[in-house]
Design a protein around this ligand. Structure first.
Ligand code: PLP
Length: 480
């Protein structure tokens, strides 16, 4: 495939783009319980219009585009006030939670280099429930991730386990408000006290909850303290492209002070081109996401955000209670936000997911890890509220169907796996595993229970290795 000799014309371009879309998950139906956040057509339109109006501005250089600087400083101020920052709070707008987290880890690493230069191999302590983005930060930045178990049943960070994992190399503690998998909030005050006592930095991952939980508290929910007023908290990440309903590419990383944030900033005057100053990972970046976030926050306003939060809270209560009523299902932990996960001891959850898919619902699989059994995750967003009862009715049917499904036997994997654990994965082993899962080529089958059950039975390192192989094949340049 090559660039066409002659351009194909506008109509054909857009017809093709529309055609490409036909197999995408249709999030507008309200039947998708992950990935998308939609609180109304008018909000979407405001975000899109602002995005397009600032699409071509370059947020690379705020002295050339002062509008970018102004919008970013206003958004950071609004966010800081929302999570109880003070006049010293500093922060930046980023492309997403992952970038916010990578920057927070980079800042912690460079702060440690400046203040504790004897540390050769810095470490951060992560509860098992801390987001994968921290492991990505480990891979990118060389800060060793030390994962520690969370409390069984509650899935909250175990403060004693964190304390016991602290070494002379520890530079950063991490807690989540809430953690993604089970939607429960770590004991931020206790971890903060530990961080203060040991003079360590402490990042609160509030990518999910930073924006929404303060509204839940105002609605009367007993939301524990997790914000900047908790002693010991030094940084916090908070996504706007989740429950602030801003278009994707919108998150914030906030710090206790500019003294700390200084270590986030990258400058380079040691080359022949323009002097580079970057607050974030990207350099040239569209002003679209920033303008859209500014527009949506100002357009929606507190009153409506509170109303949206109320609907999501009520729907979450309904869903959690409804799941508990379905024989054979068990909710994991006590969800404190609008994220609910549940498992089954009587049916294969991956079969339940396939059965839900057959009924027109997308719900998310989560594989077993540490003391968390394989489960189904629901993010209950505004677009799902009106569909909660219909979803629960179909879920009950899906569970009944899954109970009668023949067991998926993965014992045949054992022989293949012995070799894989001893050596590295060879192409033959990979082909064998795919064959065992009924996969040929890069296309996934309609039903995923087999592959999910196999993945679930594998050690996490092997899952990662397999996924890398799969995706390495998936992204193959098109031939026609
Ligand atoms: C979504 C999320 C992230 C990662 O954010 P992205 O925007 O997907 O990069 C990190 N932490 C938590 C708790 C999240 O929910």
């Amino acid at each position: 495939m090559k660039i066409p000799d002659k351009g194909i014309g506008k109509d054909e371009v857009f017809a093709k783009l529309e055609e490409f879309r036909k197999d995408d998950l249709n999030w507008r139906t309200g039947r998708v319980w992950a990935y998308t956040y939609d609180a109304g057509k008018d909000i979407e339109e405001v975000g899109k219009r602002a995005y397009l109006e600032f699409l071509s501005e370059n947020a690379l250089d705020p002295t050339v585009f002062p509008s970018m600087l102004r919008m970013e400083n206003e958004i950071v101020a609004m966010a800081a006030a929302h999570v109880k920052g003070d006049a010293n709070t500093a922060g930046n707008f980023t492309s997403g939670g992952t970038e916010s987290i990578i920057l927070a880890v980079k800042t912690a690493r460079d702060f440690a280099r400046a203040t504790r230069p004897h540390i050769a191999q810095p470490e951060m302590i992560l509860p098992d429930t801390a987001h994968a983005a921290f492991t990505k930060a480990e891979a990118y930045l060389g800060v060793k991730a030390v994962r520690v178990p969370v409390t069984p049943e509650t899935f909250r960070a175990d403060v004693d386990a964190i304390r016991n994992a602290i070494t002379d190399n520890t530079i950063l503690l991490v807690g989540s408000a809430p953690q993604y998998a089970h939607g429960v909030i770590d004991p931020i005050e206790e971890i903060g006290a530990l961080a203060a006592e040991r003079d360590l930095l402490f990042h609160v991952d509030a990518c999910m909850g930073g924006f929404l939980l303060p509204w839940f508290r105002r609605l009367g929910e007993p939301v524990p303290r997790f914000e900047f007023d908790v002693p010991g908290v030094t940084s916090l990440s908070m996504d706007l492209h989740k429950y602030a309903f801003c278009p994707k590419g919108a998150s914030l990383v906030l710090y206790k002070s500019k003294d700390l944030r200084r270590h986030q900033i990258f400058t380079c005057a040691s080359w022949t081109g323009y002097t580079m100053v970057n607050t974030t990972v990207q350099s040239t970046k569209s002003g679209g996401a920033l303008a859209a976030a500014w527009a949506v926050l100002n357009y929606v306003g507190e009153e409506r955000y509170l109303e949206i939060a109320r609907h999501q809270l009520q729907a979450t209560r309904r869903v959690a209670a409804g799941v508990r009523e379905i024989p054979g299902l068990r909710v994991l932990g006590e969800p404190e936000m609008n994220l609910v996960s549940f498992t089954s001891d009587e049916a294969n959850v991956f079969v339940i997911i396939d059965e839900m898919k057959a009924r027109g619902w997308y719900v998310q699989p989560q594989l077993a890890f540490a003391n968390s059994k394989e489960n189904i995750h629901l993010s209950i967003s505004m677009q799902n509220v009106a569909h909660a009862d219909a979803m629960l009715a179909d879920l009950a049917g899906a569970v009944e169907a899954a109970k009668t499904h023949p067991p998926i036997d993965v014992s045949g994997l054992a022989g293949i796996l012995d070799g894989v654990l001893a050596n590295d994965l060879t192409p033959e082993m990979y082909a064998n595993l795919l064959g065992a899962a009924g996969i040929t080529g890069a296309a996934l089958p309609e039903r995923l229970a087999e592959i999910n059950t196999i993945m679930n039975a594998l050690p996490p390192k092997l899952r990662e290795r397999l996924l890398r192989e799969f995706v390495n094949d998936l992204f193959t340049p098109a031939t026609e």
